[in-house]
Design a protein around this ligand. Structure first.
Ligand SMILES: [Zn+2]
Length: 85
């Protein structure tokens, strides 16, 4: 997947809400595989953030039952879930 703004491939998935255990996220955060979007969750949150130009796009799927424990870092990116806002 490439950034729709600058075409770079260094992209992080935005994690919304409060992570319960940031310790398990440290490595992913350091590698910028994910970034924290904050605790304010809306219906219009982006899902991806470009680490090169900070452009955000896509659509985050918020699920109350989707705890951080079930966050699958190995699932990869699905380009079909991405759309321009
Ligand atoms: Zn970019």
């Amino acid at each position: 997947m490439n950034c729709p703004n600058c075409s770079k491939t260094w992209i992080a998935e935005i994690l919304w809400g409060y992570p319960e255990d940031t310790e398990s996220l440290e490595e992913a955060l350091e590698k910028k595989e994910i970034v924290l979007g904050g605790c304010l969750v809306t219906e219009h949150d982006p899902r991806w953030e470009c680490n090169s130009c900070n452009h955000r796009w896509g659509h985050a799927e918020h699920n109350d039952e989707d705890k951080i424990d079930s966050f699958d870092f190995g699932q990869g990116f699905n380009i079909e879930e991405v759309y321009d806002q």
